[in-house]
Design a protein around this ligand. Structure first.
Ligand code: LLP
Length: 416
């Protein structure tokens, strides 16, 4: 459930008419709902109450500082994949001691920065990364808290680009090899083994792959215990899907309850890294129709938002719901391809959408709160859109619209 709903024939974001937002701040624009973010975070946190846990929101899904701050105020932890994301967490008032550091390519300076800041744990993805982390921690005279990200070889049944838990993926350490790698880690002077981590993919719509992964990881934890390697936390990663179209993913509460049941009375702390299921349906991309262009073959509505603003449809053929901000009763319903002004055939937000449209109409692309703005670019020298956060009756600009000067400023010509 989210807080983007129609009221007397007009789309509202919480208590604000979306037409008003467009009038005040222009289009295209990302619009987030604070209440929705909070609701989704609490769905995890409440369902885990009563057992040791930490919900580490995956910053990559939507890293706007205001979004992180809203979650930090609720006590959230964070999952980061770069030193840049760490600085965002710190600036947003997040706690490094509740922050886990994931990613296959951590650089030395990033490790150093994370150790200085005091992150909760490094999710290490390879043998060679262990060596590097051991060295960097030694240089600083500290012990680095470590989990190994294991690859449990389960098929998440999701899009191949976002499926990560199979043997052929670049992520993690093969679970069969994990005991040997843990033994190496245990022998390193500057590492402190804390946990086991896995993340099998994104936009999963059923719990069974998660439960399969959990079974395999629990088996590993038992094997390690026999070798006197004591695992204190289990990080199940992110990956729970959302409803973009007809999908019916489990609710976060159903998912974590299933995990908790399987964990029984083990004293392991459960860490989760949800991104999409917290942020996706807490945001829309607001766009205006510039022109209608009807040809013999297709009807095109050219919008002021494009693939540089929201790349998921072009990149993954992702389907996101597109709805009119103020639905019309006049004119004929037609099938429209909603395309942007970028010079690429792949530049579309949606295809074959049945709508009553006129030039100047406002549309909302739903489920755009995750992997939306964060994946935007300046392709075609387009300024990136602003990000706005609705909180009840208020609208806050949490990132203003980019200017051409900001885009062009860092560039220069060759000397004469
Ligand atoms: N933890 C790790 C280690 C991850 O790699 C990811 C996402 C997450 C947590 C959060 O997963 P989520 O709960 O959001 O599924 N750009 C793609 C999604 C890429 C996901 C990458 N990893 C998209 O737009 O669909």
């Amino acid at each position: 459930m989210d807080h983007f709903n129609y009221r007397s024939g007009e789309l509202f974001a919480e208590n604000v008419a979306v037409e008003d937002i467009a009038r005040r701040f222009g289009t295209p624009a990302y619009v987030y709902s604070r209440a929705t973010l909070e609701r989704h975070y609490r769905a995890y946190d409440d369902a885990l109450a009563g057992r040791p846990h930490l919900v580490c929101y995956a910053v990559k899904a939507n890293s706007n500082i205001a979004v992180l701050n809203v979650l930090a105020r609720l006590g959230a932890g964070f999952d980061i994949v770069s030193a840049g994301e760490l600085e965002r967490v710190i600036r947003a008032g997040g706690d490094p001691a509740k922050t886990v550091f994931s990613g296959v390519g951590k650089q030395r300076w990033e490790m150093r920065r994370a150790l200085e800041a005091g992150v909760r744990c490094f999710n290490v993805e390879s043998d060679t990364e262990l060596d590097r982390l051991n060295e960097v921690a030694g240089e600083l005279g500290v012990r680095a808290p470590v989990s190994l990200r294991v690859n449990p070889d389960v098929d998440a049944g999701t899009h191949p680009y976002i499926s990560t838990g199979l043997k052929e993926n670049k992520f993690g350490i093969d679970i069969a090899e994990a005991p040997a790698v843990y033994e190496r880690a245990a022998a390193m002077a500057n590492l402190d083994i804390q946990g086991v981590d896995c993340h099998i993919g994104s936009q999963l719509t059923s719990v069974s792959p998660f439960l399969d992964a959990l079974d395999r990881v629990l088996e590993l934890i038992d094997t390690l215990a026999k070798k006197n390697i004591n695992i204190r936390h289990l990080d199940m990663g992110g990956g729970l899907g959302v409803t973009y179209d007809q999908e019916q993913p489990p609710q976060p509460s159903d998912y974590v309850t299933a995990l908790a049941e399987r964990l029984g009375d083990r004293s392991l702390e459960l860490i989760m890294e949800p991104g999409r299921s917290i942020a996706a349906n807490a945001g829309i991309l607001l766009t205006r129709v510039e022109f209608l262009k009807c040809t013999e073959h297709r009807n095109f509505a050219i919008t002021d938002a494009a693939m540089n603003d929201l790349i998921r449809p072009a990149l993954y053929s992702a389907w996101q719901s597109i709805i009119p901000v103020t639905p019309r009763n006049d004119g004929d319903e037609k099938h429209w391809d909603l395309v942007g002004p970028v010079c690429e055939t792949g530049d579309f937000l949606g295809k074959d959408r049945k709508l009553r449209l006129q030039a100047g109409d406002l549309l909302a692309v739903r489920s755009a709160g995750a992997y939306g703005f964060v994946m935007s670019s300046n392709y075609n020298t387009r300024n990136r859109p602003p990000e706005l956060m609705v909180d009840g009756e208020q609208v806050h600009v949490v990132r203003r619209r980019e200017t051409l000067e900001e885009q062009l400023g860092p560039e220069s010509c060759l000397p004469e």
